[in-house]
Design a protein around this ligand. Structure first.
Ligand code: SF4
Length: 374
């Protein structure tokens, strides 16, 4: 039984050049059929859910959905699932796709956390990323949220953008913090295989910033945001006290969760499964009450240990040594070298990445896997 539910809405206005999420161009008729199928999936999966602690509606751009689709979705959720009184209900939004009426409707349905994909406060950087919105539209979206009395909103930012300078990044961070969001995510732009960005880099149309500059940007984000009262609780995430994202924390803790929607992942009783990423197949099969899965894989003990390490070390508090040693009694000895080199440290029986280890977390985790023979 899972207390966490993820719902995927795979529609965007246009694809950003770096995007490898499942999203296609928005079409209202298709989206309406999608929501109908989504509700059917949610009905079918209701018996797998415990009282829900968090619902995360992500995408894509969920706020492209018309208000009545949200009404349909939340009616279905309320009819089929029990909500904890303190439930966190997050919706991802992009500037240009929210107005006062939609924000009010979402609030009415119980949404108490909005996550806005702003990325940058420089129009030229937004253009480079292929984002459809402008800085003014981002500011308007935040203004609308604030006017609706919504204090629990999150802002997503991006560094390592081609052409971005340290000065530009400092301005973006400072403007973001000045808007007083409860939560800020700061992600490094990573060229994923198969994206237009990867091709543009390959043919040298786009040059990525120097690694040293990108590391400096990350370092500055930590210093600046923690100096402004944000707790750095995960490699890329910062929150004011009491505003950590419960949905994501569950993911990093390897807790069970139900995923609904095309391409959505679930993790239940040690099995990771994924719905089909073919949106038409997803919609059509659910009209016959069939959930088409792309795969369902039982996680082996070795995979479980790997996940425990790479998801757990994302959290600044790190992983419980006791738990690690239950899985591998020689765990401590095999970490020794990375502790000596200053990349990992132990405090309060937790193993965690240090400030030296955080910017090179992938390398540290690979080395730890090698020492553990994983
Ligand atoms: S808005 Fe997000 S999901 Fe949509 S195309 Fe851009 S990065 Fe992808």
């Amino acid at each position: 039984m899972a207390e966490f539910l993820y719902i995927h809405i795979p529609y965007c206005i246009r694809k950003c050049i770096y995007c490898d999420f499942l999203s296609i161009s928005f079409d209202e008729q298709a989206a309406r059929r999608y929501v109908k199928s989504l509700c059917r999936e949610l009905e079918i999966k209701r018996d797998s859910a415990d009282i829900l602690s968090a619902i995360f509606i992500g995408g894509g751009t969920p706020t492209l959905l018309p208000e009545d689709c949200f009404k349909q979705l939340f009616c279905c959720l309320r009819e089929n699932y029990d909500f904890s009184p303190e439930i966190e209900i997050s919706v991802e939004a992009n500037p240009g796709t929210v107005n006062a009426s939609k924000i009010e409707a979402l609030h009415f349905y119980g949404v108490n956390r909005m996550s806005i994909g702003i990325q940058s406060f420089h129009d030229d950087e937004l253009k480079t990323l292929g984002r459809v919105h402008t800085v003014d539209e981002a500011l308007l979206a935040i203004d609308l949220l604030k006017k609706s009395g919504n204090k629990n909103f999150a802002i997503d930012l991006m560094y390592g953008i081609p052409g971005q300078t340290m000065e530009g990044w400092k301005e973006t961070l400072s403007k973001a913090a000045g808007l007083l969001p409860a939560h800020i995510s700061s992600y490094e732009l990573t060229p994923e295989d198969g994206t237009p960005l990867a091709s543009l880099i390959k043919d040298k149309t786009i040059i990525m910033p120097e690694e040293g500059l990108v590391l400096e940007m990350y370092d500055h984000a930590i210093n600046f945001l923690t100096g402004r009262g944000y707790e750095h609780y995960e490699i890329s995430n910062f929150a004011l006290p009491g505003y950590r994202c419960l949905h994501n924390l569950n993911y990093w803790h390897r807790g069970d969760y139900i995923g609904a929607g095309a391409g959505a992942h679930s993790f239940m009783h040690g099995v990771r499964s994924q719905n089909t990423s073919d949106i038409n197949t997803y919609i059509d099969s659910l009209t016959n009450d069939i959930i088409t899965e792309a795969e369902a894989i039982g996680v082996s003990d070795v995979e479980a240990l790997k996940e425990f390490i790479f998801l757990g070390l994302r959290k600044i508090e790190g992983i419980a040594l006791e738990e690690a040693m239950k899985m591998r009694p020689d765990f401590m000895e095999l970490c020794a070298e990375l502790i000596d080199s200053g990349h990992l440290a132990i405090s309060a029986n937790q193993l965690r990445l240090t400030r030296k280890g955080l910017p090179v977390s992938n390398m540290v985790i690979v080395q730890l896997f090698e020492r553990l023979g994983l």
